[in-house]
Design a protein. Structure first.
Length: 379
């Protein structure tokens, strides 16, 4: 009991202090922005947007906005700057701002794929599905490659489902999978659609169970290929949640319904064996996901402690080494890069930090300390 209470307390501390403990990304220096070329600023904003998507860091969001502000001041009609500003607004749930920038692009380039997808996403989020379809169907016609073609078909499937057109939704998601059979996003989208349909129509329950099982197997395989990745573990956890929902829906289908079509505690006659099998599968899935959740919780506690040690003693190279090694083991590339750069700022000749940065193609800006001159004879 005491151990359980200690684990709960530590986990609460992790969650409450997580944002403080995470090392912040290096701030973009305002004075340097004006001197950078437009292509370099576009590259900076693209990288900051990608990192913001994965970390949700407010400092990265502010940095990206500053870079884009410089770009738009320099050239208000710059397509890349407007697209990135729209995509940043979309990620920050600032739909009015996002719509303004995407519309700026479509006024000049009506067939721009990214702008039309962005507008489709906004209308989907606002549940204006018919409006979303107008933009997404245009984007579907001009999709520049397989990956983006698959992406827009997934979005169209979601829009059609929102409109109540189940046939069209299933048709589009199957097109997305045929276009890119290796896409986990498309498999996840089909699973989500069938889970929604299974909640309303028992005919879709077997498909939802099969889809969730297949998706779980694929995500687990991906996680096994990256054994240190906590991000992959979280994806596995989410896949288990979907599989549990599907089997629970299956189990509920074996019970009689009341006048409001809700399941009662009365089993349908001769369904005892099926109900027992579903309950057994639920127990198996719950046991397996419990191990995953414990692994994630333990990692969060370890990472919190390592990051907090650096926060309290930021010039301690040993603590930085420990944190960098943790980030490398768990495939947190950007955090590992930043921590190794901090090590080199304190100890320019640090071989392991230099080797890691070189291996990921990051230029090392600090030079190793020069060897002291040999003493002159007779000194």
């Amino acid at each position: 009991m005491r151990l359980r209470m200690l684990m709960a307390g530590l986990t609460t501390a992790v969650l409450s202090a997580w944002a403080v403990a995470q090392p912040a990304a290096p701030a973009v220096r305002d004075a340097m922005l004006e001197t950078r070329s437009t292509p370099d600023l576009v590259a900076d904003a693209t990288a900051l947007l990608a990192e913001f998507k994965s970390t949700r860091s407010e400092s990265l969001l502010a940095d990206a906005r500053r870079v884009l502000g410089v770009l738009l001041t320099r050239d208000p009609l710059n397509t890349d700057a407007n697209l990135l500003s729209g995509e940043l607004g979309l990620e920050a749930n600032d739909y009015d701002t996002a719509r303004k920038y995407f519309a700026q692009v479509t006024q000049i380039e009506p067939n721009n794929y990214r702008a039309n997808v962005g507008l489709g996403r906004i209308w989907n989020a606002n549940r204006s599905f018919r409006q979303a379809v107008l933009f997404l169907e245009l984007a579907e016609r001009v999709a520049p490659d397989v990956k983006r073609g698959s992406e827009v078909k997934r979005l169209l499937a979601s829009s059609y489902l929102g409109m109540g057109n189940v046939t069209k939704a299933l048709e589009k998601i199957e097109e997305a999978i045929r276009l890119d059979p290796e896409s986990l996003e498309s498999l996840r989208a089909r699973m989500d659609i069938n889970l929604q349909l299974a909640a309303r129509d028992p005919a879709f329950i077997p498909v939802a169970v099969s889809d969730s099982s297949d998706y779980l197997a694929r995500v687990r395989k991906q996680a096994e290929a990256e054994p240190g990745s906590v991000e992959r573990l979280r994806e596995v956890e989410q896949a288990y949640d979907a599989a549990i929902l599907a089997v629970r829906t299956l189990h509920n289908s074996y019970y009689e319904r009341d006048a409001q079509r809700r399941p009662t505690n009365r089993l349908i006659r001769d369904k005892e064996a099926e109900a027992a099998a579903a309950l057994n599968r639920l127990a198996e899935l719950a046991g397996e996901v419990a191990v995953i959740r414990l692994t994630i919780a333990n990692h969060d506690i370890i990472q919190f402690a390592a990051a907090k040690a650096v926060e309290l003693d930021p010039k301690n190279v040993k603590y930085l080494e420990n944190l960098a090694a943790l980030y490398q083991r768990t495939n947190q590339r950007e955090q590992a890069i930043e921590t190794c750069q901090k090590i080199l700022a304190l100890q320019p000749s640090h071989a392991a930090a230099r080797q890691f940065l070189d291996s990921v193609g990051v230029p090392v800006t600090t030079e190793p300390a020069a060897e002291p001159p040999s003493p002159a004879p007779g000194d």
